[in-house]
Design a protein around this ligand. Structure first.
Ligand SMILES: CSC[C@H]1O[C@H](OP(=O)(O)O)[C@H](O)[C@@H]1O
Ligand SMILES: Nc1ncnc2[nH]cnc12
Length: 299
């Protein structure tokens, strides 16, 4: 029978408190240049139980970039250039629901984007595209993460909405209550535009949101502080590590065409006529959109 799968290369974007992956073997940090500027750091290539993996610390080693200052475009472009086919994002989040106590993992499947000071698209003047964000998270990667949580006995919930705020300040009580009234589950500062850009780059994406605090709405819990987030993260670092270790091998082979659309999002997204495209803009889209832009555009 014909093999209708292909080898995957899993990329892990580590959030606050996750600046490396212990246990990764045969590692090398490599500079991967991007046509969209500087990624947050070099990429760490390595193997986890024989499975090749690429790791990028979202805020850079030492946490040098604030959520607003992260060059999300360069990060996703660099991962694409490195051959990454699937992204697992690991993120610290505040809980907006009683039932998600610190330590709980939420495998989110929806996002609300309230950020306003970031580059959100690879496309624009000179080459316009509109991708679907109806279902921003890959069910296939979510399945692997859920199975891993079950195997490891980690407290988790499949599905949930992650509200992305601009930051860097945490929310006011009125904002926190507003997001709760919208039915959001968790709050963070980074997953948008990251998930949008992964979609544009045709890389299926899924997030493991690690609850570190109750933001500022819970009457019985202190308001979130960085100290609180770091304390919970340190005590959960082992969970994140074993989760990646258990989930990544489940993603080793992937379908030729992802049924979710995450790896062919650009199929019907480009709207600028070939003759109207700006060759310079097209040139820097070589990794992200080379599949649909075809050969070099004549100037
Ligand atoms: C250190 S608390 C706030 C910080 O943590 C989260 O980052 P990440 O998603 O990269 O884990 C949150 O979004 C803020 O950037
Ligand atoms: N309460 C919170 N708000 C925004 N980002 C966070 N990251 C961790 N906790 C957070």
């Amino acid at each position: 029978m014909a093999d209708d799968t292909r080898e995957a290369l899993v990329g892990v974007i580590g959030g606050s408190g996750v600046y490396q992956i212990d246990g990764l073997e045969n590692t090398r940090w490599e500079t991967v240049p991007s046509s969209f500027g500087e990624p947050s750091d070099q990429l760490l290539f390595g193997e986890l139980d024989g499975q090749r993996l690429v790791f990028l610390p979202r805020h850079g080693r030492g946490h040098r970039y604030s959520p607003t200052d992260i060059n999300y475009r360069a990060n996703i472009d660099a991962l694409k250039r490195a051959g990454v086919t699937d992204i697992i994002s690991v993120s610290a989040v505040g809980s907006l629901k009683h039932e998600y106590a610190p330590g709980h993992l939420v495998l989110v499947d929806q996002f609300i984007d309230r950020t306003f000071a970031r580059e959100k698209s690879f496309f624009g003047k000179g080459c316009v595209a509109h991708v679907s964000m109806a279902h921003p998270v890959s069910t296939r990667i979510g399945d692997a993460l859920e199975a891993a949580c079950k195997e490891l006995g980690l407290a988790h919930t499949r599905g949930g909405t992650y509200l992305t705020m601009e930051g860097p300040q945490f929310s006011s009580l009125a904002e926190s209550n507003l997001y709760r009234s919208w039915g959001c589950d968790v709050i963070g500062m980074t997953n948008m535009p990251e998930a949008k850009l992964a979609r544009e780059a045709e890389i299926p994406y899924a997030t493991v949101a690690m609850v570190t605090d109750y933001d500022c709405w819970h009457p019985d819990h202190d308001h979130v502080t960085v100290e609180m987030v770091v304390k919970v993260l340190l005590s959960n670092a082992e969970h994140a590590r074993s989760l990646i270790k258990t989930a990544a091998p489940k993603l080793r082979r992937r379908p030729l065409v992802d049924e979710q659309g995450g790896d062919h999002a650009l199929e019907y997204a480009l709207i600028t006529h070939a003759e109207a495209r700006d060759p310079e803009v097209v040139a820097r889209l070589d990794a992200v959109a080379g599949r649909v832009l075809g050969g070099p555009v004549q100037g």
